[in-house]
Write a protein that binds this ligand. Structure first.
Ligand code: PEP
Length: 248
């Protein structure tokens, strides 16, 4: 039985004051949650959030990492550094990074491997653009993105979390219907099951893309949807808590 998981992706939002207020409310509302909860925050706020979360069950995550372990890579942040600040999760391959920073499937896979080596869990994002969906390429695209990771990690693939995030649904207010999302999650799970039956059964696949309090429950009720990666709605405590409450 997979425990459902709701992770907030704060993206490039926040301030010391806003983070303290947001996490104060989130912590007060997550004392008895049934699912796992995490927040993935901007690098400069890791220390603050580590401190604020230290006695809570809400886990801390980062939104990216370097593929390098250390060295002359100005501006990059190594997985070892993220670990030192208490991160349990690192998002890799978010569509904004794939698009804005030309991150390839191979680079995303190598980052996922680095995250595992540092004893954290990569949240591996996959998803098609609107043009790819309209061309009937959704399954091909998402399986290609995931295969790059599973081929590199093999049996270690059981330790990842996958997030299906259709690019056309991120930050747009357009959500995949529960049927559309379930169809793609089933394709992803079938791919994982080819890597190993236990891997297909164990890996959590989150849905992301304009998840809100009013659509979370029906999305999370789909058999292959194990929770959500939440962008905009994770910045408003009442919305994030309502989404967490919708998880099983
Ligand atoms: C995201 O950025 O991962 C995301 C899902 O964003 P939103 O919920 O705002 O669509």
């Amino acid at each position: 039985m997979r425990q459902q998981f709701v992770a907030g992706n704060w993206k490039m939002h926040g301030s010391l004051a806003a983070n303290a207020a947001l996490l104060g409310e989130v912590l007060a509302g997550t004392t008895a949650t049934r699912c796992d909860v995490a927040v993935c925050v901007p690098y400069p706020y890791l220390a603050q959030c580590q401190h604020l979360l230290q006695t809570s069950t809400v886990a801390l995550g980062a939104q990216d990492c370097s593929v390098h372990a250390s060295g002359a890579h100005t501006g990059e942040v190594a997985v070892g550094m993220l670990r030192e600040f208490g991160c349990g999760y690192v998002i890799v391959g978010h569509s904004e990074r794939r698009a804005d920073h030309h991150e390839s499937d191979a680079l995303v896979a190598a980052k996922a491997q680095r995250v595992l080596e540092a004893d954290m869990t990569p949240i591996v994002c996959v998803g098609e653009t609107l043009a790819q969906r309209e061309a009937g390429e959704t399954a091909t695209v998402v399986v290609r993105q995931l295969r790059a990771v599973t081929e590199l990690l093999r049996q270690q693939s059981r330790r990842i979390v996958v997030a299906y995030e259709p690019v056309w649904a991120i930050g747009t207010g357009r959500t995949a219907s529960p049927e559309q999302a379930q169809e793609v999650h089933a394709v992803l799970r079938a791919h994982l099951a080819q890597v190993g039956a236990d891997i297909g059964a164990a890996v959590r696949i989150l849905y992301g893309g304009s998840v809100k309090p009013d659509n979370a429950q029906v999305l999370f009720a789909q058999p292959d949807i194990d929770g959500g990666l939440i962008g905009g709605a994770s910045l408003k405590a009442s919305d994030f808590l309502a989404i967490v409450a919708a998880a099983k």
